[in-house]
Design a binder for this molecule. Structure first.
Ligand code: AMP
Length: 376
């Protein structure tokens, strides 16, 4: 299967070539033809599956095909994303795939001055990528009108609900034209997700990829039993002994993330923490440093890490075991992406054993235990 087989137009295929993508991923193969034919989609897929391109490519193509009939620089596609990191990455995708087309886009999110965002909106945009709070804020200030939206994407809907955005989402939907195409993506299909999907989708096509089973063989998963007070030493040990050059380390709390980053730096391992209390500038700097490899270890909380997309990330380390088993799947999905091999290590204290059991149950196997380490 090639992208041309999916009837994508030449400028898009060229942009994909430039990115080095030769074949569509399963979610792309399943969604793109339906989206091009105008269908609503219920997509069950998490980050790492190529879902952003699965909606960005056909939206760009549809906008391009209607260019002559539609008013330029009015918002015709709206993508809602839960976090600023994810919104920025979605925008990067629109930029990368759409650079051969004259389709403008803009990203808006909170935590930064609205000045540049308003300037871009005043120039007019075809595609708007937004987080819910800032979007409503700018709508209320009269800078944004959604009455020409033809394509609406709700990305990571489960995370939106977890973050308490349900009322904001409802307010945004109330402002959209009823005649539109809606593309709904979520990593899980819980009853609350299905309820929301049912209220906003019209005869959707369901597409589902199970990233876990598709990536499981590519991700080596291990667990280390360790006392809480020894986790910092174990972290240094695995980084140095395993010659880990680049790893994303997860903690449960913001304070924990700061502490682990500080510990690592004091032990001579360059690290930065990224979490919701950091300014947007600090988060962007940390992410940039990690991507260009001037920072070796990025320590993140789950919400801040959402959407972090780092090419060829070799290691994910769960410094703390997440309380929700599904979070584990999200976390380790940051490695082993797009066919690359990855390693996921988890540090587990006796208090965290119940969480580990839940994970083993969810992934239907027991994560291999490494007992040959000095901090048993
Ligand atoms: P996403 O699930 O959208 O976050 O994408 C995960 C990663 O896969 C990103 O780094 C994408 O740029 C990359 N990707 C998307 N589509 C393809 C493809 N067809 N082949 C290889 N990599 C891809």
């Amino acid at each position: 299967m090639t992208f041309s087989n999916l009837k994508l137009i030449k400028p898009l295929v060229l942009a994909l070539d430039k990115k080095g993508y030769s074949e569509p991923t399963p979610i792309q193969e399943q969604s793109i033809p339906h989206i091009l034919s105008g269908k609503d989609i219920f997509g069950c897929a998490q980050t790492g599956t190529g879902k952003t391109a699965a909606f960005a490519l056909p939206i760009l193509q549809l906008l391009e095909s209607k260019k002559d009939q539609s008013k330029p620089r009015t918002i015709k596609a709206l993508v809602l994303a839960p976090t600023r990191e994810l919104a920025s990455q979605i925008s990067d995708n629109f930029l990368a795939y759409g650079h051969n087309l004259g389709i403008s886009h803009c990203t808006i999110f909170g935590g930064v001055s609205q000045l540049h965002q308003v300037t871009a909106l005043k120039r007019g945009v075809d595609v708007l990528v937004a987080t819910p709070g800032r979007l409503l804020d700018l709508i209320n200030q009269g800078y944004i009108k959604l009455n020409h939206v033809e394509h609406f994407v709700l990305d990571e809907a489960d995370r939106m609900l977890d973050m308490g955005f349900i009322n904001d989402i409802k307010k945004v939907i109330a402002k959209l034209p009823t005649k539109r195409q809606t593309l709904f993506f979520s990593a899980t299909a819980t009853p609350s997700i299905m309820k929301l999907a049912n209220t906003i989708l019209h005869n959707p096509v369901s597409v589902s990829v199970t990233p876990f089973s598709s990536t499981a063989s590519l991700i080596t998963q291990t667990v280390y039993y360790v006392k809480k007070e020894n986790k910092r030493l174990l972290l240094k040990h695995v980084i140095n002994n395993g010659k880990i050059e680049h790893a994303l380390v997860f903690t449960r709390t913001k304070r924990g993330a700061d502490k682990v980053a500080k510990d690592l730096n004091s032990m001579g391992v360059s690290a930065e923490a990224i979490h919701g209390n950091k300014s947007q500038g600090a988060r962007e700097r940390a992410l940039k440093g990690f991507k260009n490899r001037s920072i070796r270890i990025l320590v993140a909380t789950d919400i801040a890490s959402r959407g972090i997309d780092v090419d060829k990330l070799s290691h994910v380390i769960n410094y703390e075991i997440p309380e929700q088993a599904e979070t584990y799947v999200h976390r380790i999905g940051r490695t082993g992406r797009a066919g690359e091999a990855g390693v996921a290590m988890s540090f587990c204290t006796s208090e965290e054993m119940t969480y580990l059991k839940d994970i083993n149950k969810l992934i239907k196997k027991n994560i291999e235990v490494v007992s040959t380490h000095p901090f048993n």
